[in-house]
Design a protein around this ligand. Structure first.
Ligand code: BES
Ligand code: MN
Ligand code: MN
Length: 456
């Protein structure tokens, strides 16, 4: 491994870490209106840093929501162009009392840095920026052409970036996208993610009586929206975990026999996964499919919350006039958000009890994706990972969603190299989110090497 960029990164690692901490101190929570200025501040920090390291045409792109950040460096004549993507927004940190150290006070502890956004995705975004800095500082140039497009709404569906990518395909012309927002299958196991599930996030609103009613005076005659929701929800899946929405599985593209065989060879211990990662009495889901198939290649359906009624301490005897359920579905490759939502909505309307009114709303949606692996960029990525981690790369999928990856394929016609460095126990979206410090360092090195290998 020759690279002077690697040497630069090694020497500057302490600074790289301090900078990441500063980035993590900004509470850029995209879903909470009161953090709008913080989202802008995180975007601004990226803009300043990209300018400082020598990227060109650095700009903050205003949208209806949080701003996008764009930059490029296009002087590697004859070389491919990468579109580097990541997101600077984070999930809300609650429940706060479960954090060992506060979510926006990044803290080093047993080889990790703990903070909201540490791994999803600010730590990985910063690793991308640092890989670019290392090349520019050590060599005065980049091995390939780079465009950067970062967003601040990934965690809320990524509407603005989708509109931007769809409307300006020419300005984003690239040969592939480089996405660092995924994880290694296991510690020290270099991994590329080649498939993601899509999703639809919905709300079912149910209305019964005109107003909240005394449950003694009206119990027995007034419809109860929670009971109606319970009846609806209980008919969404059968006791074998199969989703009952008619036609839901029709367009699903099953994984190939080779892919399934490769998954069987991954180091996966279901019992350990159940006890230490999930921590439940049993695993649930469709009979006849492995855990990896269930989370990567099959759709799923979950209820996230049921706002409404009385949830305070103690008792209140009321029949609520309305109630809601937040229900999302992960879509396997082949399925489309539009069609799946239409199927869901008409099924819910059909099974809803007749004594209530219901509305079924789509909050946000994202396409699933499958990345073709037969291209020079994926091959370059495996060479780079081999050099840094000293082991062959495994190809996995993930059950999570990154809506823009499907849009890159659709609107720009490019594959994505999903090279991410999280770990399965990094507590994404949960209390005590962390990023392993070694993965931060080797992640930067992997990205540095990848840019060099992609130039071949
Ligand atoms: N980085 C995650 C997705 C992810 C998680 C990929 C784990 C691979 C492994 C991303 O930030 C995320 O959380 N996406 C949301 C998207 C949704 C809000 C549209 C998700 O999956 O819930
Ligand atoms: Mn993410
Ligand atoms: Mn996320």
């Amino acid at each position: 491994m020759s690279s002077s960029a690697l040497e630069f990164a090694r020497q500057n690692h302490p600074r790289f870490l301090e900078e990441l901490k500063a980035f993590l101190r900004i509470p850029s929570i995209s879903t909470l209106a009161e953090h709008q200025a913080d989202c802008r501040a995180a975007a601004q920090m990226l803009v300043s840093e990209l300018r400082r390291i020598g990227m060109e045409n650095v700009s903050m792109i205003e949208t209806k929501g949080h701003p996008l950040v764009y930059a490029d460096w296009l002087h590697a004549e004859g070389m491919p162009t990468a579109l580097v993507y990541g997101h600077y927004d984070v999930q809300p940190p609650d429940p706060l009392e479960e954090w060992i150290t506060p979510p926006f006070e990044p803290t080093e502890r047993n080889g990790n840095i703990y903070a909201r956004g540490a791994v999803d995705d600010k730590g990985q975004v910063w690793a991308q920026v640092k890989a670019l800095e290392a090349h520019l500082a050590a060599n005065g140039r980049l091995p390939i052409n780079i465009r950067i497009l970062m967003e601040g709404e990934e965690e809320v569906g990524g509407e603005a970036i989708e509109a931007y990518v769809a409307s300006r395909p020419d300005q984003l012309q690239a040969d592939f996208a480089l996405v660092s927002d995924t994880e290694l299958f296991a510690p020290d196991l270099p991994t590329l993610c080649v498939g993601l599930r899509g999703m639809i996030y919905t709300e079912i609103e149910v209305r019964g009586a005109r107003t909240d009613l005394h449950s003694g005076m009206y119990g027995g005659v007034a419809p109860n929206p929670f009971v109606a929701l319970a009846q609806i929800i209980s008919r969404l899946k059968d006791e074998n975990g199969h989703i009952l929405i008619p036609g839901f599985y029709d367009d699903l593209i099953p994984p190939s026999a080779e892919e399934l065989e490769a998954w069987r060879n991954l180091p996966f211990d279901e019992e350990q996964y159940r006890t230490s990662e999930v921590g439940s009495r049993q695993l649930t889901g469709e009979k006849g499919y492995s855990v990896l198939e269930r989370t990567w290649a099959r759709p799923s359906l979950d209820v996230h919350g049921m706002p409404g009624g009385f949830i305070g301490a103690g008792a209140k005897t009321v029949i609520p006039a309305k109630a809601m359920a937040k229900v999302s579905m992960r879509l396997a490759p082949g399925m489309t958000p539009q069609k799946s939502f239409a199927q869901f909505k008409s099924y819910v309307q059909q099974i809803a009890p007749s004594d209530v009114d219901i509305d079924v709303r789509l909050i946000h949606a994202g396409n699933p994706c499958l990345v073709p692996v037969d291209n020079p960029y994926i091959r370059a990525a495996t060479r780079a990972l081999q050099q840094v981690w000293g082991r062959p790369t495994v190809f996995i999928r993930s059950g999570g969603s990154i809506p823009i990856v499907g849009d890159f394929a659709e609107h720009l016609g490019i594959p994505s190299v999903m090279m991410g460095f999280g770990l399965p126990d990094d507590n994404l979206h949960a209390p005590n989110e962390k990023f392993n410090l070694k993965n931060y360092e080797l992640g930067i090195a992997s990205l540095i090497r990848f840019l060099e290998e992609a130039a071949h």
